[in-house]
Design a protein. Structure first.
Length: 313
């Protein structure tokens, strides 16, 4: 086997290694929305026992705890970074994301948070072009449009856009703030991963976010129902998903563009539909299939090279 490898041209070995590495990065990137897709089920279960502020705090607390265990196992010591403005951008962005989304879900439609994903994709596309000088081609514009429309078609489930306005503009504004917060967190990760270890970076962000989100807990509803094993299990798993998914996400961000990372993150909608069908028996309608197909086409287009692709001025 070694002889076969040694007989290969160096440029071919390099190309195959690059392709394998690229494949692994995309596998990591797809694994993240797969984990995120369980969040709705876990939040719904946890909310039978505690309020949204406690759920938000638990996500950061257990996320930091899982990362701390991982770091101690690998390095034997924890490192908290606070003299870095990008860390604080991540803390602020993710705190705003979780807090505003939870408040909006209590005020408005239960499916309203579906609008966060396409809004984040648009926000990230603008940031990628303006601040990171990524080229905005016609193919990318079409990809964004397909992902956004696909997400909305799936989220609306046959209802009109007024579902987002039926409880007033406040929930929609809060969802928009949640999308910006999530986008700012991704930007901070993209910047930090160039100079920091993924685990150390995320541990610092979640550590300070835990402190920040502990402030509103005494002034909000704590225990709202009967204590149960599954509710506690859901809180722990939410923290695990928060810690591990962003650890993997940061590693992938080091090798893919902001736009690709944001659009692939939208694929969690597809997994959400699958779990809804498997666990809750919700029907898969032609409208949902059409919306999912639009998203898939958009995600494929963003990664395939098109001949003669022109840059949008």
């Amino acid at each position: 086997m070694d002889r076969v490898i040694n007989d290969l041209p160096i440029n071919q070995i390099s190309w195959e290694t690059d392709q394998l590495g690229r494949t692994m990065h995309y596998i990591w990137l797809v694994a993240v929305p797969l984990m995120w897709s369980f969040v709705g089920i876990l939040v719904k279960t946890a909310s039978t026992m505690v309020g949204s502020s406690v759920i938000t705090l638990s996500r950061f607390l257990f996320g930091a705890l899982f990362l701390a265990i991982l770091i101690l196992a690998r390095k034997g010591k924890l490192k908290i970074t606070w003299k870095n403005s990008w860390i604080w951008l991540g803390v602020g962005g993710k705190s705003v994301n979780y807090l505003t989304e939870n408040i909006a879900l209590r005020m408005g439609a239960a499916s309203g948070n579906m609008v966060v994903m396409p809004l984040q994709a648009v926000f990230m596309a603008v940031v990628a072009v303006i601040f990171y000088k990524e080229k905005m081609t016609f193919k990318k514009v079409i990809s964004i449009v397909l992902c956004v429309l696909g997400s909305l078609i799936i989220g609306l489930r046959g209802r009109s856009l007024t579902v987002f306005f039926q409880d007033g503009l406040i929930p929609l504004v809060l969802f928009f703030l949640a999308a910006i917060g999530a986008g700012l967190h991704v930007i901070s990760q993209k910047k930090l991963i160039a100079t920091m270890d993924s685990a150390d970076m995320n541990f610092s962000v979640f550590f300070f976010a835990t402190i920040a989100m502990s402030v509103p807990v005494p002034f909000s509803v704590g225990i709202t129902g009967i204590t149960s094993f599954w509710a506690i299990f859901s809180l722990v798993m939410l923290g695990f998903i928060t810690g591990i998914s962003f650890l993997i996400y940061a590693k992938a961000l080091k090798h893919v563009s902001l736009l690709v990372a944001s659009l692939v993150g939208n694929s969690s909608v597809l997994f959400i539909l699958l779990w809804a069908w498997l666990f809750f028996g919700e029907p898969i309608t032609p409208q949902l299939v059409f919306g999912a197909a639009m998203m898939v086409v958009g995600l494929i287009m963003i990664n395939l090279p098109f001949p003669g692709d022109k840059v949008v001025q």
